[in-house]
Design a binder for this molecule. Structure first.
Ligand SMILES: Nc1ncnc2c1ncn2[C@@H]1O[C@H](COP(=O)(O)OP(=O)(O)OP(=O)(O)O)[C@@H](O)[C@H]1O
Ligand SMILES: [Mg+2]
Length: 304
C-alpha cells in the first residue's frame, strides 16, 4: 500500500530538515521495495524502538528488515536512520538495500549480518567463564573508533553506543548499528537517549550529547568486553583496579584509553576518536586478530 500524499509531504519535509542538519554530502538514492517483494520469515529481535525481521527480498536475497511502527516519534527515528544510512558508506555500517513503507509501518531493508551482537557474546563468554582475548578486543576497539571517527566527520553523534548495537560477524567484521537516536553534532538536543548504563554522567544531568559522550559509552562497552562485567561507575578505584589487573602487561595503552574515555568529567576525556586511534595504532593490529574473532564466533555457533 502506498503512502498518503500528506504523510509523504510531511516525511519529505522532515527528510529535508535532516539533510540540512547533518553534513551528509551525497545521499544515495534508495530502492523502494514493496510489500509484495518481501517475505518476512522470523523476528530477529523485537526491540524497544523497532522490530528487526529476517526476510527474503525479490525471492532471492536474504536481508534484515528493521520495521518502525508509524507514530511521530518513530517516524522521526526512521527518517533519521534512513538519512544516515543513505549518506554513509563505511565497512562497519550495514548497507542499506532499500526502504519500505505501508500504512502502519516504515522499514529499512538492510544487508543481513550473520554473527553475534557483542551483548550476547559477552553473556556467552561469561556463562562459559572464558575471557575474550585482548588481541580481539583491541581489534574491535580500533574498528569502532574508526567508524566513530568517520561518523563524526559527518557531524553525527550516535548517542546509543551499547553492546547490543554492535554486531561482530562470522567473517570477523565489526558493525555499529542503530542510528535511530543519532543527532547532529552542531545542534544536539538535551533529552538523553541511549541505555542508562552506557550514558555519560553529564547526560543524566541534562547536558546535551556530544562526541565525548559517545566516547564515554565506548569506554563503558570496552570495559565490559575486557572484564565481562558492566561498568557501574560507583567505585572508580575498585573498577579501574580490576581493569589494571587484566591490562597491566602489554596493554597499558588500552587501559589508558578506556580509563580516559570513562572520565566522569567530559573535559577530561580525549577530544576525538581519531586521537585515540593514533594511540592504539602504535601497537600493530595483526590481521590474525580478525581471524581469531572469526574463529571465536564460529566455535561459539549460531547466536540464538
Ligand atoms: N542488519 C542486521 N542484520 C542482522 N541483525 C540485525 C541487523 N540489524 C539489527 N539486527 C539485530 O536486531 C537488533 C536490534 O536492532 P537495532 O538496534 O537496530 O534496533 P532497536 O530498535 O534498537 O532494537 P533494540 O531496542 O532491541 O536495540 C540488533 O541488536 C541485532 O541483533
Ligand atoms: Mg538497538
Amino acid at each position: 500500500m502506498g503512502l498518503g500524499a500528506d504523510s509523504f509531504k510531511k516525511g519529505l519535509a522532515k527528510k529535508n530538515w535532516l539533510k540540512k542538519q547533518m553534513v551528509i554530502p551525497t545521499l544515495k538514492s534508495t530502492v523502494v521495495i514493496s510489500d509484495r517483494d518481501i517475505q518476512f520469515l522470523a523476528p530477529i529481535n523485537a526491540g524497544g524502538q523497532a522490530t528487526v525481521f529476517l526476510a527474503k527480498i525479490f525471492n532471492q536475497t536474504m536481508a534484515a528488515i528493521k520495521l518502525y511502527r508509524r507514530s511521530d516519534d518513530m517516524t522521526d527515528c526512521y527518517q533519521r536512520e534512513l538519512a544516515i544510512l543513505q549518506g554513509t558508506s563505511h565497512r562497519s555500517i550495514p548497507k542499506l538495500l532499500g526502504s519500505f513503507a505501508n500504512e502502519t509501518h516504515l522499514g529499512l531493508v538492510l544487508e543481513l549480518l550473520k554473527g553475534w551482537p557483542l551483548a550476547k557474546l559477552i553473556g556467552h563468554m561469561r556463562a562459559r567463564k572464558e575471557l575474550i582475548s585482548l588481541e580481539i578486543i583491541r581489534y574491535v576497539a580500533v574498528e569502532l573508533l574508526s567508524v566513530l571517527s568517520y561518523i563524526l566527520g559527518k557531524n553525527i553523534i550516535h548517542q546509543d553506543i551499547a553492546p547490543d548495537n554492535i554486531v561482530l560477524t562470522n567473517d570477523g567484521n565489526v558493525y555499529l548499528l542503530d542510528f535511530g537516536a543519532a543527532i547532529d553534532h552542531a545542534q544536539p538536543r538535551s533529552r538523553p537517549f541511549g541505555k542508562r548504563r552506557y550514558l555519560a554522567p553529564e547526560l543524566l544531568e541534562g547536558e546535551p550529547a556530544s562526541t565525548v559522550s559517545d566516547l564515554y559509552s565506548l569506554g563503558a562497552v570496552l570495559f565490559e568486553a575486557v572484564l565481562l562485567r558492566p561498568f557501574l561507575g560507583q567505585s572508580y578505584r575498585k573498577e579501574f583496579g580490576l581493569l589494571q589487573q587484566r591490562l597491566a602487561q602489554n596493554h597499558e595503552d588500552l587501559q589508558m584509553v578506556i580509563r580516559a574515555c570513562l572520565a566522569p568529567s567530559p573535559d577530561l576525556r580525549p577530544k576525538s576518536a581519531t586521537r585515540i586511534l593514533s594511540i592504539l595504532r602504535k601497537v600493530e593490529i595483526t590481521s590474525t586478530a580478525k581471524d581469531k574473532l572469526a574463529q571465536l564466533l564460529t566455535s561459539a555457533g549460531p547466536a540464538n
